[in-house]
Design a protein around this ligand. Structure first.
Ligand SMILES: Nc1ncnc2c1ncn2[C@@H]1O[C@H](COP(=O)(O)OP(=O)(O)OP(=O)(O)O)[C@@H](O)[C@H]1O
Length: 756
């Protein structure tokens, strides 16, 4: 063994001892959490309230355990040494020794920042940054970046080995799930991750520049740094499709965060699951900001005045309310500016009084007729039942009338109680309504669909808009809310006591008593902030992250903005990858209506995914979209040259086999035009993200990556939508190592760099 290997073995040995010590601390923290959990369970008996509290605390403890278990892999990944000879270890969470001194610094803590910020030209006070590679709990390798060689001893210099940690991370085969990059966050990404919670941050960057990983690490960072605010209000991550959410689903748990709501736009209206897709023409119209006006008009359209007088036949009586009276009550109910369903209460109350008066008039009329028939002098004399009615009579009569189905039916026809789904589905299935309510230059025909059609993601902003305007009669809920507040105060005291007696509070681990106390519903089922937020349409999150944000329509932005408290959001996307015809062309265009220029932009310009050879092809496609756009710079090169092959649908399985053999370990993605998807997927049974081969449309491939990508029939991808060129750009930038374009005919001009 030469000197150098000797020194390395010593260094490995030293780090192993440190790392073993850290895992020892992790084990102790777990044991403490487990025993706290047992203590909670042991607090038997008590009232129902006490049981509910126990349940809440037990779930919180279980969550703490899940956090501790989530950080098992790669617990510690870095170390920095400064000029004063101090070393700090950086890891997924912070740990202390028995004396309370920090032995591992959480990567999100200010003290860890130097690990990410130091560069060769600006090392700050650091002399060395070291990456530790672990397999299980064993240190298997070290990578050093030395900023001040002079400041190191000879022995230390001899341990400077290994390839750059970043490249090592990038060379790994894809697993079908996104991994975290906490060990190798780059300086430009660190700026994004640690940006202030306040305001709106746009992260614009080309494919593979780490926008998604940076956004997810930002979620973890913000939760760590602003736990008080965010634990209560929650963080929402909006992704483009369910496949994407599954793909990124592991990142936050691996960083110890389990409390983030992840949803597609189609899932943001509780109670509705949008499963269908809109044709591009319908997507464009539904996403048009003028649809807000159409929905408002559709609501007003349901507040009617009868053509003539209102006539209700009741027990042989004809109750008549004049047209003008109906019009006056509608105008009054509209003037109060309440939501439709709340204003309905007012309208119905007034109209019931009118019907009571009408009933009195009808009775009077009947009596007068009877009198004439009987010619009974006893009954003679002036009768004025209507003006004899006082407020109490009116109230009693109103109540009686409201119980009559004929009355309800008549008033429902004039001002019905509406749900958002009823309003929108009736609107979209009625060409007459659409034509009447849409502005003349909005292509309403694109919207028409059969009644009962499945919901699409484009419907969700319309439903949300409708819910805002319709509102709910929430008086009962508000009374319950006042009772719940009282309850909460009591629970708060109880929770604090429980936290203190179990010692959790001292450990300062996670919960605050008030957060814990708030955490369950009155029905006794324990709900986390994430659970409560996900089921409440009006929930305002503490922070919202929108990934692939270029895909959101103007209407979708209205919905997102309603979900963000104080407009604290991170918008992540690439305008060159906009696939939806209703998507964004500029960030200002979509954000300024809400933020009036109060947003800032960070650009990510280094591509960590796609090798330079493939990016050269992508650059041609990008130039065809807009010659002024420049693709991101690839960190890697030297990959297999991208190729084109003459191949049709039937050849795809063979091609996929070739690619699998070429990459060894890893995944192959086959990206096909929408029209080919069904037939192509049938050629690869059982394919999913974790399968060796996955077949996808471009929409589903958004944000994902594969070791090898086969793009089938590029001409059809170009032709399938007005944004076909953007789709092709997305498709060919999914590869981390190999790209094959399969086509039977001519290659599109933008791919002419490829040779067949
Ligand atoms: N600092 C880093 N260290 C290691 N890997 C990284 C780093 N930054 C990004 N990567 C890797 O680069 C790949 C691309 O990252 P990501 O998917 O976040 O890019 P993106 O900008 O969202 O791309 P797209 O616009 O195509 O969706 C991922 O595999 C990610 O893990």
């Amino acid at each position: 063994m030469d000197n150098r290997q000797d020194a390395l073995a010593v260094a490995l040995d030293t780090e192993q001892r440190v790392v073993s010590g850290l895992y020892g601390r992790l084990d102790s923290a777990r044991e403490r959490a487990e025993s706290a959990l047992r203590a909670v369970h042991a607090r038997g008996g008590g009232t129902r309230q006490a049981m509910v509290e126990r349940e809440a605390l037990a779930t919180s403890q279980a969550r703490r355990l899940a956090q501790l278990n989530g950080v098992e892999r790669g617990l510690c990944f870095g170390r920095v040494d400064d000029r004063d000879g101090r070393s700090v270890y950086v890891g997924r969470i912070g740990l202390r020794d028995e004396e309370g001194s920090a032995v591992l610094i959480d990567w999100r803590a200010p003290a860890a920042r130097a690990f990410y910020l130091a560069t060769a030209t600006d090392p700050g006070s650091l002399v060395r940054r070291r990456h530790l590679h672990l397999r299980g709990r064993t240190v298997t390798g070290l990578d050093d970046e030395v900023f001040d060689l002079e400041g190191m001893s000879d022995g230390e210099r001899r341990t400077l080995v290994g390839e750059a940690a970043l490249l090592a991370a990038l060379r790994r085969g894809r697993t079908g799930r996104m991994g975290d990059v906490v060990a190798t966050i780059q300086t430009e990404q660190d700026r994004v991750i640690r940006a202030s919670l306040q305001g709106a941050l746009v992260v614009q960057g080309g494919p593979g520049t780490g926008k998604t990983v940076a956004a997810l690490h930002r979620a973890a960072y913000l939760l760590y740094t602003h736990r008080d605010t965010l634990e209560r209000r929650g963080v929402l991550v909006v992704g483009p499709n369910a496949m994407f959410l599954r793909y990124i689903g592991q990142v936050l748990p691996s960083l110890g965060e389990t409390q983030v709501v992840m949803a597609t736009l189609g899932e943001l209206f509780p109670g509705v699951r949008a499963t269908a897709a809109d044709p591009p023409a319908a997507a464009v119209v539904k996403g048009d900001i003028r649809m807000a006006g159409v929905v408002a008009a559709a609501v007003r359209d349901r507040q009617r005045v009868p053509d003539g007088e209102l006539v209700v036949e009741l027990d042989g009586l004809r109750l008549r309310v004049p047209h003008e009276t109906c019009a006056r009550h509608r105008a009054r109910a509209r003037a109060v500016r309440l939501t439709h369903n709340m204003a309905r209460k007012l309208y119905v109350t007034e109209m019931l009084k009118e019907l009571a008066r009408a009933e009195a008039r009808a009775l009077e009329e009947g009596l007068r007729l009877a009198e004439m028939e009987l010619e009974d002098p006893e009954l003679a004399g002036p009768l004025d039942l209507e003006s004899d009615l006082d407020e109490i009579d009116l109230a009693v009569a109103s109540e009686r009338l409201w119980a009559q189905p004929e009355v309800r039916e008549a008033l429902d026809a004039l001002w019905p109680e509406l749900t958002p789904s009823r309003l929108i589905s009736e609107l979209l299935s009625s060409p007459e309504k659409l034509e009447a309510l849409c502005p003349p230059d909005l292509d309403w025909r694109a919207l028409v669909r059969p009644a009962g059609a499945a919901w699409t993601a484009g419907d969700v902003p319309l439903l949300d808009e409708a819910a805002e305007l319709l509102g709910q009669d929430d008086s009962a809920a508000r009374a319950a809310g006042r009772r719940a507040e009282e309850d909460l105060r009591e629970r708060h005291l109880f929770a604090r006591e429980v936290l203190q007696t179990t010692g959790v509070l001292e450990e300062g681990i996670f919960e605050r008593a008030d957060v814990l106390a708030e955490r369950h519903a009155d029905d006794g089922s324990e709900l986390t902030t994430a659970d409560r937020a996900a089921r409440d349409r009006t929930w305002a999150y503490g922070h919202v992250i929108v990934d692939e944000a270029q895909e959101l329509s103007a209407m979708a932005w209205r919905l997102v903005m309603r979900r963000v408290a104080a407009k604290s959001l991170t918008v992540v996307g690439d305008l060159a990858q906009t696939g939806s015809a209703a998507g964004a062309r500029s960030w200002g265009e979509v954000l300024d209506p809400y933020l009036e220029g109060r947003w800032r932009e960070e650009r990510l310009e280094v591509n960590y995914r796609t090798p330079a050879e493939i990016m050269e092809v992508a650059a041609d496609v990008l130039a065809a979209i807009d010659p002024s756009l420049t693709p991101p710079r690839s960190v890697r090169d030297g990959g297999a040259p991208p190729r084109a092959v003459r191949a049709g649908l039937a050849d795809l399985p063979e091609l996929a086999r070739e690619e699998l053999a070429a990459i060894g370990e890893g995944r192959v993605g086959v990206v096909v035009p929408d029209a080919l998807y069904g037939r192509a997927a049938a050629l690869f049974p059982g394919q999913d993200l974790d399968a060796p081969v996955t077949v996808l449309t471009v929409t589903r491939a958004k944000g994902l990556e594969f070791d090898a990508v086969i793009v089938a029939d590029p001409a059809a991808i170009l032709a399938q939508s007005p944004n076909g060129a953007q789709d092709l750009y997305v498709a060919i930038t999914r590869a981390t190592r190999r790209l094959t374009v399969a086509c039977e005919g001519e290659l599109p001009p933008s791919l002419s760099r490829l040779t067949t």
